[in-house]
Design a protein. Structure first.
Length: 110
């Protein structure tokens, strides 16, 4: 039997998003085993398009996307929602304005 001396193996690997970890706020942090698993998952994603490695702690997997994938919302949902919200706001403000004008006319000529 091979004796490893005083070396201790971690119970499980460590891989996290660094948010809340002080100076590593926007970093991926982990121990060597966790980072190796991330590297392997990245290699699989590059080769096959995605890797749903289940032992990536905070992460569900790795996916390969085409360049510019975040340049536009393909369905236009974000812009549609924003335009709809702006139109609703303008209509509400216009309605309040009309009610105010009617009250002023009623008060002045009433």
């Amino acid at each position: 039997m091979h004796d490893q001396g005083n070396e201790t193996k971690p119970i499980h690997t460590y891989l996290r998003n660094g948010s809340g970890a002080g100076p590593y706020e926007d970093w991926i942090i982990g121990d060597a085993d966790g980072l190796r698993k991330l590297r392997d998952a990245c290699d699989i994603a590059i080769e096959h398009g995605e890797s749903s490695e289940t032992n990536l702690d905070d992460f569900s997997g790795v996916v390969l996307l085409e360049p510019g994938w975040d340049a536009e919302d393909p369905e236009g949902t974000t812009s549609t929602i924003m335009i709809s919200g702006c139109v609703a706001l303008v209509l509400a403000l216009f309605g309040i304005f009309i009610i105010g004008v009617r009250q002023v006319i009623h008060w002045a000529f009433g």
